[in-house]
Design a protein around this ligand. Structure first.
Ligand SMILES: C[S@@+](CC[C@H](N)C(=O)[O-])C[C@H]1O[C@@H](n2cnc3c(N)ncnc32)[C@H](O)[C@@H]1O
Length: 285
C-alpha cells in the first residue's frame, strides 16, 4: 500500500474506532475494541461471522413472488456453531457475569449452541450443575468448546428436541434461553416457554437473553440488523421489545419480571414461575 492509501484507510479505521494514534512519532495502533474482536486468538474474535452472506443477493424471503421463503445457508454444523460462537460469546459472558446467576445450583441452557453461556456460567459457579440442551445432530459438536475452557466435566450436554413435552430431566432452578426465542413465531415461542415452565422447580426462574427493540421503530440499529437476519431465515422469528417478551412470558405463566441490560444491545429479561398456573394457557402440542 502506498502512503496515500494508508492515509485514506487509517482515517476510516480511526473514524470506526478501530485504530488510534499511538504517539507523536506518527505511529498508529489497534484500539482495545480491535484487539478484542478482530485479532485471531482473542476469545471474542469475530472470525467467521464477520463477512458471512455479505456477497449474497437480497434474501429470497424479502422478495415478492420468488417462492423462496428461507435464506439458504450451506454451512456444515461445525461452521454454523463457530459463527454462532463468534457472534454470541461476548454478550453471553456479560450475561453470565451480570450477577443474576450468582449462587445458582442447577440450571439448564436451552438450545445452548456452542456453550456461549454455559461456559462462563460454569466457570463462575463451580458448585452449579449445568445442563446444555441441543439438537441431537448438533450436540456431538459442542464438546470441543467445553474442553477448550476446561468445563467438559461440569457441563452435561443433553441431545434433545426442546419442543418435546417431557424433557426427562430433574427440575432446574434456572432456565436460560439465549438467542432462541427470537427464532420462534409467537405460537412456537409459547410452546417453548411452556416447556421451560414445566421443567423448572416451583418458583424457578427463566431468563431470556436477546437483542431487544426499544419502542421506536427500527431502533436501536443493532436490533433492526438482527431482525433483518431473522426475517431472512423465514422461520417466523423476529426481534421483540422487552414488553413483547414479557407478554409472552406472562401468557406462559411467569411473573415478577426484571430487565438487566448486558452488552451490545442485549438484555436479560427474567421472570419467576408463578405459584399458581390457573388460567394459564397450557400448550400440549
Ligand atoms: C441461535 S442459536 C443460539 C445458541 C446459544 N444459545 C447462543 O446464544 O449462542 C440456536 C441454537 O438452537 C439449537 N436448536 C434449534 N432447534 C432446536 C431444538 N428443537 N431443540 C434443541 N436445540 C435446538 C440450534 O442447533 C442452535 O444451536
Amino acid at each position: 500500500m502506498n502512503e496515500g492509501g494508508a492515509e485514506a484507510l487509517i482515517g476510516v479505521l480511526i473514524s470506526m474506532g478501530l485504530v488510534e494514534s499511538a504517539s507523536s512519532d506518527g505511529r498508529y495502533v489497534l484500539t482495545d475494541l480491535s484487539r478484542e474482536y478482530l485479532v485471531p486468538g482473542s476469545p471474542y474474535h469475530i472470525g467467521e461471522g464477520l463477512f458471512w452472506d455479505c456477497t449474497d443477493d437480497v434474501p429470497g424471503a424479502y422478495l415478492a413472488g420468488t417462492g423462496q421463503t428461507t435464506a439458504t445457508a450451506s454451512w456444515s454444523t461445525e461452521v454454523r456453531l463457530a459463527i454462532q460462537h463468534s457472534r454470541n460469546f461476548a454478550p453471553s459472558v456479560t450475561a453470565a457475569r451480570s450477577g443474576v446467576f450468582d449462587g445458582v445450583t442447577r440450571m439448564v441452557d436451552v438450545a445452548g449452541g456452542s456453550g456461549t453461556f454455559a461456559i462462563p456460567v460454569a466457570l463462575d459457579n463451580p458448585a452449579a450443575s449445568v445442563f446444555l440442551v441441543e439438537q441431537p445432530t448438533v450436540a456431538p459438536f459442542v464438546a470441543p468448546y467445553l474442553r477448550k475452557y476446561g468445563v467438559a466435566d461440569r457441563v452435561t450436554v443433553v441431545p434433545m428436541d426442546v419442543f418435546q413435552l417431557d424433557w426427562g430431566l430433574d427440575a432446574s432452578d434456572v432456565a436460560f434461553l439465549g438467542n432462541f426465542l427470537h427464532d420462534q413465531n409467537d405460537d412456537d415461542a409459547l410452546v417453548l416457554l411452556d416447556r421451560c415452565s414445566r421443567h423448572l422447580t416451583e418458583s424457578g426462574a427463566l431468563w431470556v437473553h436477546e437483542v431487544l427493540f426499544d419502542e421506536r421503530p427500527g431502533r436501536p440499529q443493532i436490533a433492526a440488523l438482527w431482525n433483518a437476519n431473522m426475517i431472512a431465515r423465514g422461520s417466523g422469528g423476529v426481534q421483540r421489545t422487552c414488553d413483547e417478551v414479557v407478554r409472552l412470558m406472562r401468557q406462559a405463566g411467569f411473573t415478577d419480571f426484571r430487565r438487566v441490560p448486558t452488552s451490545g444491545g442485549f438484555s436479560l429479561v427474567g421472570g419467576r414461575k408463578a405459584a399458581s398456573r390457573d388460567g394459564v394457557r397450557r400448550v400440549t402440542i
